[in-house]
Ligand binder design. Structure first.
Ligand code: MGD
Ligand code: MGD
Ligand code: MO
Length: 772
């Protein structure tokens, strides 16, 4: 038995290997915060659906690259040698670049990968494609796509700056009195940290704030979105109606004179126009608590009480990321800032506005010591698409769209190269994506498993997992710099992303540019030395390499002490400390956005009905609102075949929860196999009856591997429960064009058909070996 310590997004573990196979993954002794995802990994690492040789889709191999008429996702594969796969990928990249130019390559490759500064797959693919002359990239994220575009207009700064500028836990614990969370602070979302979780500190800080007397309010369709021991008050609402509740809170603050007039006048612009809207002076519709109750279902008296409390106590408004992953997702974020500005707490310690408290290390600390990463070079192609417009881009080359004040056209994409991320997990309306995915001439993908991404590819490179590589891990705002020792060698036939790219780069004559003559291990050592030098320049002595690897890591001190953010400085002296908005103030009204002329995102925050919600006419056919939130048993689709996730399934499918009244009305019971459907698609799921959610709402986690039924009466139904067969592929608005899976209506019935087995973990048909 060999025991090796490593770090993953979900914590630090000791990996136990026997005969070159991982047999156990156990938490580092003494760490009680670590996630249960780790111990379930061996099943997936050694699974029969692990990729152990390069594969090429039969149709692509026989007919060569074709446009539009492909059958990706339903054809068998042919196993090939690494040499052959490398040659095929290199000559195809050469052909596409020579015939169509580098812009024809889509290398946006959105998504997560594994922990590690060097082997981070997106850094690898971007460096590789840049060494070839560039590619069409993606902008923004599925996480906070609407926030990233709206907040720079409203509070200035870079798209994620709220992460550092929002209210922090240490301040809340010391000075705060009330935290009002729209979308809660689900404890499941604290078990991860992108880049590597040292020790999870999120829940500890929540408890400290509670112990210091802070009161919590959760505005959310689910009671369980806040830890039980915080004794939060639960205000259940209809999904997608947060803006209505916030507007009514603003109405009460204004009507009772509790709004911070001086701050609104000196540190903000446009309050007067917004106030006219709140009072209904132009549209004849005052945004009263009764009005908000009719939309959101939140009790009007509770809104009045909450507004009074917000206007008189030190309050932090917390905006979960889920509330902007929906139709008009820009509005709750804009309105959340305005509400904080009105409350009198913005710019005062422990009060104000935060985004994503509860997730990862949000609010724990603003920064960590800077750690070196693989340099990516510059992209010679400037074209990019908003990340969630991928299906539209593939379907409409040259098609026009609007984005953040610009009129743009989609590039003509011929080749898609993916390493890190899984579009058949993260994208909406997967039936539409599966169709769009037939357009490009070639799809190349790297992954470790036969999952939906690799099944829908032409050339597949089988790559090593995090426990099969040596690297250095450092998570966002984490104090730990962690050694990732290689626990086992990759299985026979498996190589790293780096070696795959280096091989192709060599054939294309840019091997030296890509590798700089270093092996992967030499790069890791180089990155550690670069990190040490940076730390030393900033006055911190890190251990030498030998000591770092011997000790398994290095704990840094705090990088900066928590300081009152720039909203505090703005409040103190707005002329001396303006924000980087056009006015230098918080833009309650934005002339720039108003100038874009978008009816789906006008000049100040407004309530706009989502396309699908519980108040829509479509509820006559699809009466349930489907939430697809982050899984507690996985990181997205990663380790869906691991033990924790497999054991959570109901009737062999992803569990879906609904209220007892909704279940009773349909004659459904706990454990039933159900069919969930709307006009876009359908899926099977296993029913859990749960009174901890608002009636009318069904909840299923994202991440079950997409498993479409090939033919017959239920053709294209996902047999396994991937909710993205049901979600709508439509941008939040013309401003951000961000994904909006949160606005989805469905109906649910018992599944009475012949029960199809789940085949997500059964490899596709492999017919022969090329050249053998
Ligand atoms: N309906 C709905 N959809 C959603 C969301 C939602 O709330 N509802 N949430 C959205 C959000 S916030 C996000 S961030 C996305 C997440 O979407 P993704 O980030 O695409 O999801 P993952 O499952 O983490 O995909 C990571 C993939 O990379 C592979 N991988 C891991 N390590 C490596 C590596 O070292 N090399 C290579 N080549 N591959 C590797 C994994 O096997 C996996 O297939 O989903 C979005 N989609
Ligand atoms: N275990 C685990 N943790 C994760 C991840 C994971 O895959 N697994 N993913 C990570 C990533 S990439 C991200 S981006 C973050 C995402 O963080 P979030 O987007 O905040 O997480 P979600 O779980 O999607 O949503 C949180 C809650 O919001 C509530 N909600 C949904 N719609 C509405 C609404 O309209 N109004 C209100 N008020 N509430 C609503 C739901 O009840 C849901 O449980 O989580 C991170 N943490
Ligand atoms: Mo995310």
């Amino acid at each position: 038995m060999d025991i090796t310590r490593t770090a993953l997004h979900w914590g630090r573990y000791d990996v136990v290997a026997d005969g070159g196979r991982v047999v156990e993954v156990r938490p580092v002794p003494g760490d009680t915060t670590v996630s249960a995802i780790g111990p379930g990994m061996p099943e997936a690492l050694n699974a029969p659906y692990r990729l152990t040789e390069p594969m090429v889709r039969k149709g692509w191999l026989d007919d060569g690259p074709k446009r539009g008429t492909n059958h990706r996702g339903s054809e068998p594969f042919v196993a090939v040698s690494w040499e052959r796969a490398t040659e095929l990928a290199a000559s195809e990249l050469r052909r596409v670049i020579d015939t169509h130019g580098n812009e024809a390559i889509y290398g946006g490759s959105y998504g997560w990968g594994s922990a590690g500064r060097f082997h981070h797959p997106q850094s690898q693919i971007h460096r590789f494609l840049r060494s070839l002359g560039g590619y069409t990239d993606s902008t923004g994220s599925y996480s906070v796509g609407a926030m990233e575009v709206i907040l720079p207009h409203v509070i200035g700064g870079d798209p994620w700056s709220i992460w550092q500028r929002g209210t922090m836990w240490p301040d809340i614990a010391e000075h705060g009195e009330l935290v009002v969370s729209f979308g809660g602070m689900a404890t499941k979302n604290a078990q991860l940290n992108p880049g590597g979780q040292g020790r999870s500190e999120q829940l500890e800080w929540q408890r400290r704030a509670r112990a210091a007397g802070v009161r919590f309010v959760t505005v959310s369709p689910l009671a369980g979105d806040t830890a039980a021991d915080l004794d939060a008050q639960w205000l259940p609402l209809r999904p997608g109606t947060d803006v209505a509740v916030m507007l009514a809170l603003a109405y009460v603050l204004q009507a009772e004179g509790l709004h911070d007039r001086e701050f609104l006048a000196t540190c903000c612009v446009g309050y007067d126009r917004f106030e006219r809207y709140v009072r209904g002076l132009d549209d004849g519709r005052p945004k009263t608590p009764a009005w908000a109750e009719s939309i959101s279902g939140v009790d009007a008296d509770a809104i009045v009480d909450l507004a009074r409390e917000m206007g008189t106590r030190r309050t932090a408004v917390n905006l979960s990321w889920s509330i902007q992953r929906q139709d008009h997702g820009e509005q709750p974020y804009w309105m959340g800032v305005v509400l904080a500005a009105m409350s009198g707490s913005l710019g005062r310690p422990g009060g104000g506005v935060a985004s994503g408290l509860g997730i990862n290390k949000t609010g724990v600390r603003a920064r960590r010591w800077p750690v070196a990463s693989l340099p990516q070079g510059t992209n010679a192609v400037s074209t990019s698409i908003p990340v969630a417009r991928i299906a539209d881009a593939l379907l409409e080359p040259g098609g026009a769209y609007e984005y953040n004040g610009e009129r743009r056209t989609y590039p003509d994409l011929r080749l898609v190269y993916w390493a890190g991320g899984n579009p058949f997990h993260h994208h909406q309306d997967l039936n539409k994506l599966a169709q769009a995915w037939q357009q490009p001439e070639t799809v190349i993908a790297h992954d470790s498993w036969w999952n939906p991404l690799t099944r829908f590819a032409d050339i597949v490179f089988p790559v090593a997992t995090a426990v099969e590589r040596r690297d250095i891990a450092a998570g966002a705002s984490d104090l730990s710099l962690m050694a990732m020792e290689r626990a086992v060698a990759p299985p026979e036939g498996v190589r790293t992303d780096y070696d795959a790219f280096a091989g192709i780069a060599d054939l294309l004559g840019v091997g030296k540019e890509f590798t700089e003559g270093r092996t992967a291990d030499e790069w890791v050592d180089e990155l550690y030395e670069r990190t040490r030098r940076t730390f030393a320049d900033l006055g911190l002595e890190a251990p030498g390499a030998a000591e770092f690897w011997r000790a398994g890591g290095f704990e840094t001190p705090e990088f900066t002490s928590v300081v009152a953010g720039d909203f505090g400085r703005l409040r103190d002296d707005p002329d001396r400390h303006p924000l980087s908005t056009p006015s230098g103030r918080i833009e309650i009204f934005s002339e720039r956005i108003a100038g874009f002329g978008y009816d789906d995102c006008p000049g100040h925050p407004v309530w706009l009905e989502p396309h699908e919600w519980l108040g829509a006419a479509a509820t006559a056919t699809y009466p349930l609102h489907l939430l697809s939130n982050q899984p507690s048993t996985r990181l997205h689709s990663q380790y869906d075949g691991g033990r924790l996730s497999r054991e959570s399934k109901v009737a062999g499918r992803e569990p879906i929860a609904m209220h007892p009244d909704d279940a009773a009305r349909r004659g459904l019971g706990d454990g039933d196999l159900v069919r969930v459907f709307n006009d876009r698609g359908s899926m099977l799921a296993g029913l859990r009856v749960d009174s901890g959610q608002r009636p009318g709402v069904a909840v299923i986690a994202t991440g079950a591997w997409f498993d479409p039924e090939p033919a017959g009466a239920y053709a294209r139904m996902c047999r396994h429960g991937n909710p993205n067969v049901l979600t709508r592929d439509q941008g939040t608005s013309r401003l951000a064009q961000a994904p909006a899976p949160g606005s989805t209506l469905v109906e649910i019935e018992r599944f009475d058909g012949a029960v199809p087995p789940v085949r997500a973990f059964v490899p596709p048909e492999i017919i022969g070996r090329d050249g053998a």
